[in-house]
Write a protein that binds this ligand. Sequence first.
Ligand code: HEC
Length: 119
Amino acid sequence: MITRVLSYTAVGLLISAIASSVAFAQDTPRGNAADGKKLFETIGCFECHGYAGQGGGAGPKLIDPPAYPAFIVQLRTPRNVMPPFTAKVLTDQQAADIYAYISTFPEPPDPKTIPLLQN
Ligand code: HEC
């Protein structure tokens, strides 16, 4: 039973990864990235994920975040040690604002493009 649930989860994650660009257009509510930045820095996401979403503290990096539905599941019912942020603490609109903000985090540059690292 558990393995079945897990394999469904794995398939679900795979599908959401593949479909994330499509899902982004369909399921992602409009968020305000500027409001999201304020929330990210006041409600405490930065404490574990870093101001630039670089991770390295108690949480993983948020560069290239999961698709919105998976993001909401993680936020409301985190899969491991992240504290839950319920709708009482963070409304759906505020969650969308944070998502809009973390979606602006740039990818780090390819190490091959950094001259100092080619020596
Ligand atoms: C106390 C530390 C902590 C805080 C505060 C925290 N997180 Fe997390 N976050 C984690 C950890 C640890 C994970 C790894 C999965 C887990 O533990 O549930 C995670 C996972 C995630 C993921 C999934 C990343 C991935 O690639 O799968 C997202 C998205 C996320 N957090 C967003 C947020 C947002 C948004 C906030 C603020 C509202 C926040 N987190 C606050 C620790 C934290």
